[in-house]
Design a protein. Structure first.
Length: 376
């Protein structure tokens, strides 16, 4: 199986590392000659609009997938004319636009934060009036790791938030959403095959700081909540006729009676950072399952690696820290992506698997301290 991957980041690198065991070979398309996947497959360097590079990339491949969700849909369509592309390009297009994502969730009866589309400062003022404050103004497209977002405490902040996201332009494609007063954040990583079979990983609790995922813990432990989150993910996958791994990020909100409700935030049409723990913590990793799904192979089991097992993952952001020190922490599995260290950049992660979630939290805290990583 010769697999092409649009994007050559760490997600592509981990896809290839999983795929090599199945005998698959990989080719990546990325604008950067320094892309982390260059060590694990052939790298075609080119811009998303470079027809020549796309031609060289696609030649001789059996199928194409992506690890980067902001690949222009036009490039994906051009490739899909020649070679099967999974997940379907229509799913990619929905997940590229926060407005389409929220409309999709709502059409399936999955609650989201109240929101309104915004394309001018006057519309932002009306949106804050209608939706309420505090809230977050976000670019509809291309945001990641909290980039392309401005928080509004009150209606007085509209001018500053508009200026922060538009650099003074008079119109832009934005969305304003009400701030969700969540108790915790969770995500579902799920996989669907072309024949409609699905498998869901245990619900994962995620810790973010400054808009970036810092740590993940699985399983979250609330069985009833997990069933609802899995059902929502299945519904989204069915609607999109999805093939491959998808992640849905959700907020858990506790209402006045103490009951937990789920509020959907966004879809990632690809393998997801909150599923990195599955490499060591689940029977089949998200990376292998994505490849199985797109190659038409049977899906692998998504349960924890052993009954009663727990997993915890710490992101290494900005700098990897001392590898020898990390590896001296009992049970540490370090994954370094081979990227230049830069502030705010994901350069690696560390996973722990065990039976006592408190021990795993302690180990995550110890490695965070060692590597200078913030957890709140
Ligand atoms: N409406 C909201 N209410 C509360 N927190 C939010 C809201 N939207 C985003 N956040 C916080 O910011 C983080 C990043 O925002 P998100 O919409 O997931 O964008 P990104 O594409 O950057 O991941 C979320 O995981 C959450 O911690
Ligand atoms: Mg997110």
């Amino acid at each position: 199986m010769r697999v092409g991957v649009l994007g050559g980041g760490q997600l592509g690198r981990m896809l290839a590392l999983a795929g090599h065991r199945l005998g698959f070979t990989f080719r990546f398309l990325d604008p950067s000659s320094d892309a982390p996947a260059r060590r694990v497959g052939e790298l075609v360097v080119g811009d998303w609009s470079d027809a020549g590079a796309i031609e060289r990339f696609v030649s001789g491949l059996d199928l194409v997938t992506y690890e980067f969700e902001n690949v222009p849909a036009s490039a994906a369509h051009r490739i899909a004319d020649e070679t099967p592309v999974f997940p379907p390009v229509a799913a990619l297009e929905t997940a590229q636009d926060r407005l389409c994502e929220k409309a999709l969730f709502n059409s399936l009866g999955i609650p989201t934060a109240p929101y309104a589309p915004v394309s001018s400062l006057a519309e932002l003022e009306a949106a804050v009036d209608g939706v309420g404050a505090p809230g977050i103004l976000k670019t509809r497209r291309a945001g990641y790791d909290g980039k392309g977002q401005a928080r509004l405490g009150t209606a007085r902040d509209t001018g500053a938030a508009w200026a922060a996201l538009t650099q003074g332009a008079s119109s832009a494609e934005l969305i304003y959403e009400r701030f969700v007063d969540f108790e915790r954040e969770v995500s579902v990583v799920g996989v669907r095959s072309a024949d409609g079979a699905t498998a869901m990983y245990p619900l994962t609790r995620n810790v973010h700081a400054a808009g970036i995922l810092r740590a993940s813990f699985a399983p979250d432990g609330d069985g009833a909540l997990e069933r609802r989150a899995h059902a929502a993910t299945r519904a989204v996958m069915e609607r999109l006729r999805y093939v491959g791994v998808m992640a849905i990020e959700l907020f858990v909100v506790r209402d006045a009676s103490g009951a937990s409700t789920l509020v959907a935030n966004e879809i990632a049409p690809r393998v997801h950072n909150s599923g990195h723990w599955t490499i060591e913590g689940a029977v089949t990793s998200q990376f292998e399952n994505h490849l199985r799904a797109i190659a038409g192979l049977p899906l692998g089991e998504t349960s924890m690696v052993l009954p009663g097992a727990h997993a915890a993952m710490l992101n290494l952001i900005g700098a990897t820290g001392p590898l020898a020190g990390t590896l001296a922490i009992p049970g540490a599995h370090a994954h370094l992506y081979g990227k230049q260290e830069r502030e705010g950049r994901k350069v690696g992660h560390v996973t722990f698997v065990g039976t006592d979630p408190r021990v795993l939290e302690d180990r995550v805290r110890a490695s965070a301290e060692l590597c200078g990583q913030r957890l709140v």
